[in-house]
Design a protein around this ligand. Structure first.
Ligand code: G1P
Length: 298
């Protein structure tokens, strides 16, 4: 019987330099899409997938993340006094059961694989675990990690979220070399992090959702430096391919936004704004105005 996935690692130690100067004093994961920080979307997705323990791999300057998931007695008292029940309800999504969330520091920026390895003592050595990269925001009817947990219960092994990307973008990702294509998922015969342009084994890119065999953590113990001189999670997963457990790429359904880039972040802001009934009409009207101005200018 396959074990349940109950723990997820959130690597949130990055400096977020692409969003400077904003990220000089706020963690990038606290930047908001409409009114929720990126990290809230990641946590909601994990909860929907049945995750019970949340492990944040942080670094200096990420205190705002810890505060965000804590109770705020003064604010709550004030809202209660004013009878603002709806807002009090909204705040509940930011609360965690005591002990359900853990923070661990990555002291040196040695790569994503190293960040995940930093959480090793908080995991059960026999249990699979999930990894969520909060930069990748995925809008889906059924949250992406939940789709993957369901597929994992059938297939097992180690599983990464996967999506076809255009030729000129492939080399920015981890890329799967496909052994067998089953449609909804593929089995992998290779996996390479940021392949040099022209050497990509396929267009099927790894997106920031993973369900990993505990063996991947053992592979990370070897601390092999890979692409960009960093310890890559992709390499530790690729080491599993030869095992009888296997590695799979899961083609999730949903719309993925690369919120690590400014253009992706803006697109996500518009898409999530439009999905809010209270904002939809006003925002849509504005977008229509913009496109009619553009048409007139042409
Ligand atoms: C990371 C992973 C990469 C993956 C990507 C998805 O790269 O290393 O394999 O394809 O996330 O967003 P990064 O975007 O941190 O360079």
């Amino acid at each position: 019987m396959k074990r349940k996935v109950t723990k997820a690692i959130f690597p949130v130690a990055g400096l977020g330099t692409r969003f400077l100067p904003a990220t000089k004093s706020i963690p990038k994961e606290i930047m908001t899409l409409v009114d929720r920080p990126l990290i809230q979307y990641a946590i909601d997705e994990a909860r929907a997938a049945g995750i019970k323990e949340f492990i944040f791999v942080t670094s200096r300057g990420k205190g705002a993340l810890e505060d965000y998931f804590d109770h705020s007695p003064v604010l709550e008292q004030e809202l209660r006094k004013k009878g603002k029940d709806a807002l009090l309800e909204t705040l509940k999504m930011t609360n965690m059961d005591s002990g359900a969330i853990a923070y661990i520091r990555q002291h040196k920026a040695l790569g994503l694989g190293h960040a995940v390895w930093c959480a090793r003592r908080l995991l059960d050595p026999k249990e699979p675990f999930a990894v969520i990269l909060p930069d990748d925001v995925i809008a889906a009817d059924k949250p992406c990690l939940q789709q993957m947990v369901e597929a994992y219960e059938e297939i097992g092994g180690s599983m990464v979220a996967a999506m076809e990307v255009p030729d000129d973008k492939v080399s920015s990702y981890g890329v799967l070399d496909i052994k067998e294509d089953m449609g909804a998922y593929v089995s992998a015969k290779g996996m390479v992090e940021k392949p040099a342009p022209g050497t990509e084994p396929s267009n099927l890119a790894v997106i920031g959702r993973y369900i990993l065999s505990p063996n991947v953590m053992k592979n990370l113990n070897q601390m092999k430096a890979g692409a960009g001189g960093e310890i890559q999670l992709t390499d530790a997963i690729a080491d599993e391919i030869e095992s009888d457990r296997g590695v799979y790429g899961y083609r999730f359904s949903g719309q993925r936004f690369d919120c690590g880039s400014k253009a992706g972040f803006l697109q996500a802001t518009i898409a999530f704004g439009l999905s809010r009934p209270e904002l939809h009409d006003e925002l849509q009207e504005y977008l229509d105005t913009l496109s009619s101005i553009r048409t007139a200018a042409q």
